[in-house]
Design a protein around this ligand. Structure first.
Ligand code: UDP
Length: 323
């Protein structure tokens, strides 16, 4: 299939593009390169540089690329930043998303795989979290993703769009070529590894007074390659609707730190800092639906493998994509 990948120069978009290309699909990447990296764009893909906030950029790209399907990754994705500047998130993720949907409808494309998030659920009532749970986001990031899910749902009713919402838990890990490079970095695993690389002195643990066994937040980490595979499975067939993507296992911040200490052989000092606003204590996926309906089977469910692959990439790219 010919797939237009928005945000294909970002972490999840670039790796999904790499795997789509490996499996013989054709990829056109649409990215403004604001937070993504030109170096992460696969040489086999075509890059159209444009911004979803400019309506004509995405209309032109859709006319030009004539894709069979769209994978939509382009978005801001930091909870903390969204708490400080909600409009940044609504403008980019919601307005930009709506303009993408309009361009898709204009071209008569039906299939859109949308990069959604467990942050659309907010503070869950029960664990593991399933797709039928109420969506009550506690931060503008989650709200912006939920808003676009709703737009897409109404367009499914009205125009026969076939949206698939993939609600990610915590994406991590790397392939041999591509990995995670944000500036500033806010995610746990790369921040832990930065200390092991000597790039920062200590890890800040954001809160150790949560109602969890060791007091630190619990998350469900999922290997980026498994995440990418789920997108490709969602592309084929008549699938539509929401799917959680996680391993159903929770690891605390301190447990991840311990795994990284073992794998890197570095003591990785850590300090307790205040809680980060917007962080729920515990997020664990119930991903049976993706397994049953999409036939999804995670290849790397172990957090050890996820951290190991991230470590391999960061060691090979100590400055990220910068030479
Ligand atoms: N975290 C931390 N120190 C860091 C980065 C993250 O203690 O330098 C914690 C964060 O508070 C959360 C967990 O690690 O409980 C995962 O955070 P991340 O930003 O990786 O993903 P999120 O769950 O926010 O999407």
């Amino acid at each position: 299939m010919k797939v237009l990948v928005t945000g294909g120069a970002g972490y999840i978009g670039s790796i999904t593009s790499e795997i789509l290309l490996d499996e013989g699909h054709e990829v056109v990447i649409f990215d403004n390169l604001e937070r993504g990296h030109r170096e992460a764009v696969d040489a086999r893909a075509r890059l159209i540089q444009g911004d979803l906030r400019n309506r004509e950029d995405i209309r032109g790209a859709m006319r030009d690329a004539r894709p069979d399907a769209v994978m939509h990754f382009a978005a801001f994705a930091l909870v903390g930043e969204s708490m400080q500047d909600p409009m940044l998130y609504f403008r980019n993720n919601v307005l930009g998303g709506i303009q993408l949907v309009e361009a898709i409808l204009e071209r008569g494309v039906k299939k859109i795989i949308f990069s959604s998030t467990c942050a659309t659920y907010g503070q869950p009532d029960r664990m593991p979290m399933t797709e039928d749970m109420p969506q009550r986001p506690t931060n503008p990031y989650g709200e912006s993703k939920l808003m676009l899910e709703k737009v897409l749902n109404w367009e499914r009713e009205r125009h026969g769009l076939q949206p698939v919402f993939l609600r990610y838990f915590n994406a991590a890990g790397a392939t041999e070529k591509l990995g995670e490079d944000h500036d500033p970095e806010s995610h746990l695993i790369p921040n832990v590894l930065r200390v092991a690389l000597g790039k920062s002195r200590a890890l800040n643990i954001f809160g150790d007074d949560y109602p969890t066994p060791d007091g630190t937040c619990i998350r469900d980490y999922i290997h980026i390659v498994d995440l990418a595979q789920a997108h490709i499975l969602a592309l084929t067939g008549e699938h539509t609707g929401a799917f959680n993507l996680g391993n159903g296992d929770g690891y605390s911040v301190k447990q991840v730190l311990e795994v990284a200490r073992e794998l890197t052989g570095h003591p990785i000092p850590a300090e307790i800092s205040p809680r980060r606003p917007g962080d729920p204590a515990r997020l664990i996926a119930g991903a049976d639906k993706a397994k049953q309906v999409l036939g999804w089977k995670p290849k790397y469910p172990e957090v050890r493998t996820i951290v190991q692959h991230a470590w391999n990439w960061h060691r090979a790219h100590p400055n990220g994509y910068r030479k």
